[in-house]
Write a protein that binds this ligand. Sequence first.
Ligand SMILES: *Cc1c(COP(=O)(O)O)cnc(C)c1O
Length: 383
Amino acid sequence: MFNTSIIQLSRAALKSNFEYLKNYIGGNVKISSVVKGNAYGHGIEPYVKLAQECGINHFSVYSADEALRVKTALKKKNDIMIMGFIDNDELEWAINNKIEFYVFDFDRLEKAIEIAKQTKKRALIHIEVETGMNRTGFGSRRLGKVLEIVKKNSDKLEIIGLCTHYAGAESISNYVRIHNQYEIFNKIYNKFIKEGVKPRIKHTASSAAAMTYPYMQMDMVRVGILQYGFWPSLETFIDHIAKKKIHEDPLKRILEWKSKVMSTKNVKMGEFIGYGNYFLAERNMKVALIPIGYSHGFSRSLSNTGRVLIRGQRVGIVGTVNMNLIIVDVSSIPGVRKGDSVVIIGKQGKNEITVQSFMQMSNQLNYELLSRLPGNIPRIVTD
Ligand SMILES: *Cc1c(COP(=O)(O)O)cnc(C)c1O
């Protein structure tokens, strides 16, 4: 695996996160591990194997290509649920392979029934209903027809779930909206039951709702960001530690991103470093070159401001972030040389570069930064 950097995943940290989450959420609620966006940048294949070692056997993805990757990576039995896009052409594959998928329009519902009829296998569906986010989900005026179709085709459909998604449970400022959604969802669920259609499970909560509003956990929670050791928002984190009366983050980051010093150079006072005149050496300096840049997901907006760790010390980027390269000031650290380990995200010695710090300096959400980590950087599991 040739590359200019590696991403390490800590098995111990993930184990600890799942233990914490299982303990908080309780034994009666299933945890679905959300691994869309290449497992939030952690790498679907290594990540789902680790999660399965931690006792997870339900995975949620956005689309059929991701479902195929999860299925191929795992040997032991597991359930896979597609929450977003599945092309009509891909439905047959999903139904044949017992992949669960969301249904939120009549076209998909009817196609699924048609294929189930042909293949003589039932489609495993989750009916997503609109409760106020106005994204996907059947609106209230459509539910009568949905129920009618579902009842007529009960031999071709297995209603695994009834579900919805909250429009921002990570912020208290959305409380009224979220709570309305919760109430609308319960009304719809009761309507289904009254009509004799009983979904096997109901689920609405992602990480934020699962932590902040435990009554929204229902039968299953779709946990994304938390399992990787990050909080959906600062608010969610503060709310949680206040509730639990703890002072430290109970979750551990499992990902570290590392590279190496490619070469070093001494630069005289008065010289510019890198492209153009973004950085002027105001004294004699020693700089180190690191072979990662914006093509590797290291945002160009970190020019002259980003930091990495070398020999346990924080060092700053000088000049612009290049496509495949950054230059850092190592003048104050004696002995830096080619081959020295560089931490871009993670710990070295007593210092740590957090994903949070990227949020502050480059205005990227942790979700965004993680999921944009390029898929071709090797992911390596450590204990
Ligand atoms: C992404 C997603 C989740 C997981 O969200 P987190 O905030 O990462 O826990 C859950 N449900 C749906 C429908 C999603 O799209």
